[in-house]
Ligand binder design. Structure first.
Ligand code: SAH
Ligand code: SF4
Ligand code: F3S
Length: 486
């Protein structure tokens, strides 16, 4: 899976696509004859990988003359980058499509066209079925086909409708979507960098292996080059992304296969990097070298999102998680031994088919024994095509609701207790933005808690020591105690 497809692996349609892009670029480069200026409006749902992909899609169509707009009414192209993880997420997409249809019709009345494109995991999972439900969608493109986007948009601009590109191409989109020095890449203090895509784990509730396809790892050289570009444009924190990020095993700089711990050590050498994080991890792939990286690599934040899903062995086994409750607890112990101040966060599913009160109690007790700084609880949502969707013993909705409330209350309590334990401590805060009130700036602790202080905007982009003074519902506040920054 580490092989990056070279030009020989190009499919004829990809070659055609690139040819089209090149001829268009000749017409749109500064100084050359200009194509019409066009506007694209992008809406993004789902995980951070979708946020990253949206940036790359905007970069990919920039040579066609597209720049971003916040206003859908003036958009020549609207891209919905969608999520299929739970039913709720999918339904939001369809209600948004209904709203955008009105804009599309209003533009048509004035003689203007709006191309409506559906990307992301709903596009991949539902493909042509979307056209039956929403025939006004012009273009459907799956997450592994974004390098085809310029050619697909061009076809839509020529009047074609009902375009579907959801086959998994043999080549990697990353090889054909080099990061460009566009506005989208600029001025991000905290920048995402996808290093891995897809998943081979097949947890029985999850759509990701079907929507993103098989596991794929980018090479270390490619990742380091992109990290350098991000740092050159002002990034100070890099967040390594993957649906199963710690399963990353890419070609290293020495031609051998590297694992994530090794990659982290190489990235940590880059000048200008203040913080490094990675998400989302699977407990099975936390190997010894990665765990020791937490002790040895200074820029690696003491925060780890490590979804467990359930505290019951019976349910974990039904979920095909391939780790037990005891495995998880042992792992937490090893991680904390390596980095004692690490803060942990996790995901939990309530109401998995067959979950009894006793199983649910096991989840609560696991949470109490670990002590999470943050946690996300979800009601089990049967996803079409996944094994768990067809299980006979579905949990009634009222039971799911009750368990969700109970679990969220415990998580809130733990989050609040952790925040309280930070009061009085001096923590390094990486400032990223202006606050809502004049004179206020916003940043994050190493444990990912948002912090606001009164301070100059010159701190934005720097890590500054802050004494934490107050806990607010979703943030902390404090005072700067020292102006030396890294
Ligand atoms: N790659 C990540 C998961 C990404 S999905 C991992 O392996 O942990 C984010 C979270 O959504 C999951 O951790 C899970 O808690 C939740 N989730 C996924 N499928 C779900 C479903 N069918 N119903 C409810 N929650 C689900
Ligand atoms: Fe989904 Fe994560 Fe399981 Fe993969 S490891 S199937 S992404 S929950
Ligand atoms: Fe959603 Fe796809 Fe991400 S289903 S969570 S957008 S991988």
């Amino acid at each position: 899976m580490d092989v990056i497809a070279g030009p020989a692996a190009q499919t004829p349609s990809l070659a055609r696509n690139i040819e089209m892009q090149e001829s268009l670029m000749e017409n749109s480069i500064p100084g050359g004859p200009r194509t019409n200026r066009r506007r694209v409006h992008v809406l993004t749902w789902g995980c951070q990988m979708n946020v990253y992909d949206s940036t790359r899609m905007v970069e990919a169509i920039a040579p066609l003359g597209f720049s971003e707009t916040e206003n859908p009414a003036e958009a020549d192209l609207v891209i919905l980058n969608t999520c299929h993880i739970r039913e709720h997420a999918t339904e939001k997409v369809f209600s948004e499509l209904g709203r955008l249809r009105l804009y599309k019709e209003a533009r048509a009345r004035k003689g203007n066209r709006m191309i409506l494109a559906l990307a992301g995991c709903v596009a991949q999972a539902e493909g042509e079925q979307i056209l039956a439900r929403a025939p006004y969608v012009d273009l459907i493109v799956g997450p592994q086909s974004y390098h085809y986007l310029p050619g697909l948009v061009l076809r839509a601009q020529k009047g074609e409708t009902g375009i579907v590109a959801t086959d998994f191409p043999p080549e990697s989109k990353f090889s054909y979507l080099p990061p460009k020095e566009t506005e989208a890449n600029h001025r991000k203090i905290s920048a995402f960098l996808s290093i891995q895509e897809g998943c081979d784990k097949f947890c029985s509730f999850c759509v990701v292996p079907y929507t993103r396809g098989a596991e794929y790892s980018r090479s270390a050289a490619e990742i380091l080059a992109e990290a350098r570009t991000l740092l050159a444009h002002g990034a100070r924190e890099i967040v390594l992304l993957g649906q199963n990020v710690n399963a990353w095993h890419g070609e290293g700089l020495d031609g051998r296969t590297w694992k994530l711990g090794r990659l982290i050590r190489a990235l940590a050498e880059l000048p200008g990097l203040v913080r490094l994080r990675y998400t989302t991890s699977h407990p099975r792939d936390m190997d010894a070298d990665l765990i020791s990286a937490h002790a040895e690599v200074g820029v690696l934040t003491p925060f780890l999102h490590l979804p467990v899903q359930s505290g019951s062995d019976r349910i974990l086994s039904a979920m095909n998680r391939r780790h037990s409750r005891a495995d998880y607890l042992r792992l937490v112990e090893r991680i904390r031994k390596s980095r004692p101040d690490i803060a942990l966060s996790s995901d939990f599913i309530v109401g998995y088919p067959g979950e009894t009160d006793a199983d649910f109690e096991d989840t609560l007790s696991l949470i109490r024994s670990v002590g999470f700084a943050q946690g996300y609880a979800f009601k089990f949502s049967p996803r079409p095509g996944t094994p768990a969707a067809n299980a006979a013993a579905q949990t009634p909705e009222d039971v799911k609701n009750l368990r969700l409330k109970q679990l969220q209350a415990v998580l809130r309590e733990q989050q609040h207790a952790f925040a309280g334990s930070c009061v009085g401590r001096v923590l390094p805060v990486l400032f990223t933005d202006k606050g809502r009130h004049p004179g206020q700036i916003l940043g994050r602790t190493p444990y990912m808690q948002p912090v606001h202080v009164t301070g100059p905007t010159t701190y934005i982009g720097a890590e500054v020591s802050v004494r934490i003074e107050h806990v607010h519902p979703n943030s902390l506040s404090g005072v700067v105690v020292n102006t030396s920054s890294s």
